[in-house]
Design a protein around this ligand. Structure first.
Ligand code: ADP
Ligand code: MG
Length: 157
């Protein structure tokens, strides 16, 4: 199937995930609600992506995004999870997360060990950081999408 051209703009509520311990690994992932995930286009394939993210009307930060199959629903439902490359003072469940998916990093993988998983994610984060410093990607940080009134749910403008 043809891949949807990026960037892709998406906004929605942050909900509780299924406690896969990402926060314990130092890599918390903000999960989108089922409603947002269901509205996600199927031509954005599963895998790891990089982009920009903003909580409420806060600052825009770099992020890595995982689109995968959700084991809680016997892998028939997708989950869309954003790790924002920023240290927050508090959790932000219930807030509106706005993201722009900018580029693809790699497919989903299974890892033999926790160490291998963590180091792969660290590599994804480094890749995201350097990709997003490119001028054509930096300009999306300033996109008007991030300055629309809070709470307005708009997928792809
Ligand atoms: P859950 O299974 O509920 O998604 P996680 O361990 O993945 O739990 O933690 C995700 C939550 O951590 C987010 O919903 C958010 O409230 C909080 N959080 C704090 N810092 C970050 C961050 N840098 N990126 C993403 N989420 C963060
Ligand atoms: Mg999570």
């Amino acid at each position: 199937a043809a891949m949807r051209p990026l960037p892709y703009f998406c906004r929605g509520e942050v909900v509780k995930g299924f406690g896969r311990g990402s926060k314990e690994l130092g890599i918390p992932t903000a999960n989108f609600s089922e409603q947002v995930v269901e509205s996600f286009p199927s031509d954005i394939s599963t895998g790891i992506y990089y982009g920009w993210a903003c909580v409420g009307n806060g600052d825009v930060h770099k992020m890595v995004l995982s689109i995968g199959w959700n084991p809680f629903y016997k892998n028939i439902k997708k989950s869309v999870e954003t790790h924002i490359i920023h240290t927050f003072k508090e959790d932000f469940y219930g807030e509106i997360l706005s993201i722009v998916i900018v580029g693809y990093i790699r497919p989903e993988k299974n890892f033999d060990s926790l160490e291998a998983l963590i180091s792969a994610i660290q590599e994804d984060i480094e890749e995201a950081k350097s990709q997003l410093d490119l001028p054509e990607h930096l300009k999306l940080k300033e996109d008007n999408f991030f300055h629309l009134p809070e709470g307005k749910i708009v997928n792809n403008h």
